[in-house]
Design a protein around this ligand. Structure first.
Ligand code: CDP
Length: 218
């Protein structure tokens, strides 16, 4: 496919830090950035608003998704993540969103983060990253990101609940038939348990620059 710039795919499980990394990577490389999870979150949100079960067919919502729906401030709510995962398991919902994602990168290239960017949306991406961390690390990050207090008396229970929620969503995302969460054969994997956001960015940039310059990255 002819493109105006490189395409970088950033995939991985829930709350692995894909968004933070992908945004910073895009900034550093001067590329547009798309959080593809927002597409599924917006479809899930609209299904909930309409009083529909997100497991019921939702392609009509995906086919008519407006840019405003992606800018809603309530897309990060936990119930929206669960609804997103349910609509995202529907082949017709995914089919309705493929072209939007490919078009986004056409003019200047892009960094996109999600679950199937390197496997389905851009199998020919110039560089593929898979960002991951243990469920406990990811639960703590999401807990803090949502304003949780790790010193509160009920923090331990809340963290355990969060970990269980993330594990369930990962299992659904990895177990679905269409575009399951998995590591592309040619992706570079970064385990981020012991790395802060700056260190993950430094490693991703090192790998990306090597790959884009035509050297083997790894
Ligand atoms: O931020 P977090 O990692 O928790 O989730 P997200 O990236 O916003 O994605 C929310 C849900 O959308 C995921 O659990 C997936 O089910 C779905 N998704 C997908 O199927 N494919 C993508 N490219 C992006 C998200």
């Amino acid at each position: 496919m002819v493109r105006g710039g490189p395409v970088i795919a950033v995939d991985g499980p829930a709350a692995a830090g894909k968004g933070t990394l992908a945004r910073r990577l895009a900034e550093a490389l001067g590329l547009p950035y798309l959080d593809t999870g927002l597409l599924y979150r917006a479809v899930g949100r609209l299904a909930l608003d309409a009083g529909r079960d997100p497991a019921d067919p939702a392609q009509d919502i995906a086919q008519t998704l407006s840019p405003e729906a992606l800018r809603r401030p309530d897309l990060r709510a936990p119930e929206v993540a669960v609804a997103a995962s349910k609509v995202a398991a529907q082949p017709l919902v995914r089919a309705a969103l493929v072209e939007t994602q490919r078009r986004f990168a056409r003019e200047r290239g892009a960094v996109l983060d999600g679950r199937d960017i390197g496997t389905v949306i851009f199998p020919d991406a110039d560089f593929k990253l898979f960002i991951t961390a243990s469920p406990a690390t990811r639960a703590l990050r999401r807990f803090l990101q949502m304003g949780g207090d790790a010193t509160a008396p009920d923090a331990r229970q809340k963290l355990a609940d969060m970990e269980e929620t993330l594990r369930a969503r990962d299992a659904a995302d990895a177990g679905r038939e269409t575009a399951p969460l998995c590591i592309a054969d040619d992706a570079c994997v970064i385990e981020t348990d012991t790395l802060d956001a700056a260190a993950v960015l430094a490693e991703a940039l090192r790998l990306a620059r090597a790959r884009l310059a035509g050297q083997p990255a790894g």
